[in-house]
Design a protein around this ligand. Structure first.
Ligand SMILES: NC(=O)c1ccc[n+]([C@@H]2O[C@H](COP(=O)([O-])OP(=O)(O)OC[C@H]3O[C@@H](n4cnc5c(N)ncnc54)[C@H](OP(=O)(O)O)[C@@H]3O)[C@@H](O)[C@H]2O)c1
Length: 287
């Protein structure tokens, strides 16, 4: 895809940062942040008037909406704030972004309850927490637009902009040497954020519409991720123990919301970086 005018929300975030780097080499990308960041334009997406002005100024061919409150426990505690960012802006984009512009929405495997995996794009949504339900509601709005793509991705790993990234958190627990338990119940498919960005770019290249799933096919619990991080970096991990009962957390999580990726695979996107390789590549950033 070349010379396309793209408006990218969440450009200062984890996945958005990867999308910005990937797409801006050949396209004109306007990246949006919330907190001031010299590389991007600061906009409060909870304000419909600011979105309308943004669309007027940029006149994009494509809008990629990657901004979100994505921490399930915080969303559970602040459901209204969650809806204002995760749902409300989609109404403004649907109503004010002129056709035939393409709207790309980044969603999650948490739209499913985890009782009947793996999930295809045709399976009905059934979220178990506020975050997942906000994504279900946003998807409903996006689906009302003809030229739109919904890309559901699972737990993302890589070089996260914030210190509380999944890999850095596991690394800190391993390095501390203190005995601790890590969840060994929830099934995860830790997927490199770079690969998720490539999958989205691929769908844009193919001019695809509709819903697509993308994830790393490897199955790991958080405990197995920790062991893999330790082994890859040659660190001892005897102090890390598997936790075999659900964690006492604020927001319930689906136990296994594995995504069936046949649809994107058959369209020609099969690339996935193995988890241990992602750890090796990103270690200089999180250790
Ligand atoms: N990370 C994962 O494991 C994961 C898994 C499944 C799905 N997803 C989905 O993937 C997408 C990207 O996630 P991510 O991990 O990249 O998120 P992230 O790192 O938390 O980034 C969130 C982005 O939203 C922006 N934002 C927050 N409040 C805003 C506001 N009021 N107005 C405008 N922008 C605002 C932030 O801007 P500032 O930086 O300026 O605050 C940041 O750019 C989300 O839709 C998420 O639901 C993520």
């Amino acid at each position: 895809m070349k010379n396309t005018r793209i408006l990218l929300t969440g450009a200062s975030g984890f996945l958005g940062g990867e999308l910005f780097n990937l797409l801006s080499t050949t396209n004109e990308v306007t990246g949006i942040c919330h907190r001031p960041d010299a590389r991007f334009r600061a906009v409060d997406l909870r304000e419909p008037a600011q979105i309308k002005k943004l669309l007027d100024d940029v006149q994009p061919d494509v809008v990629i909406h990657s901004a979100a409150y994505r921490k399930p426990d915080e969303c559970e505690q602040h459901p209204e704030a969650c809806r204002r960012l995760n749902v409300q802006p989609l109404e403004t984009f649907r109503n004010c972004f002129p056709m035939p512009g393409k709207l790309v929405f980044v969603s999650t495997d948490y739209v499913f309850d985890g009782r009947n995996p793996p999930y295809t794009e045709d399976d009905p949504c059934c979220a178990v927490n506020v975050y997942g339900q906000s994504k279900v509601d946003a998807e409903t709005i996006v689906r009302q637009r003809k030229n739109s793509v919904i890309v559901r991705v699972p737990l993302l790993v890589g070089t996260e902009p914030e210190e509380d990234g999944h890999l850095s958190a596991l690394y800190r627990q391993i390095k501390s040497g203190e005995e601790c338990q890590i969840d060994h119940c929830g099934i995860r498919h830790p997927t490199w954020a770079c690969d998720a960005a490539r999958a989205i770019a691929f769908l844009l290249e193919k001019d695809a519409t509709g819903i697509f799933h993308y994830c790393n096919p490897e199955t790991l619990t958080k405990y197995e991720m920790a062991v893999s991080v330790a082994n890859t970096l040659g660190l001892p991990h005897d102090h890390i123990k598997p936790l075999l009962k659900p964690l006492p957390i604020t927001a319930p999580r689906p136990v296994d919301s594995s995504l069936d990726c046949t649809k994107i695979n058959e369209l020609g996107f099969t690339h996935t970086m193995p988890f241990a390789e992602v750890v090796r590549l990103c270690a200089p950033d999180f250790r």
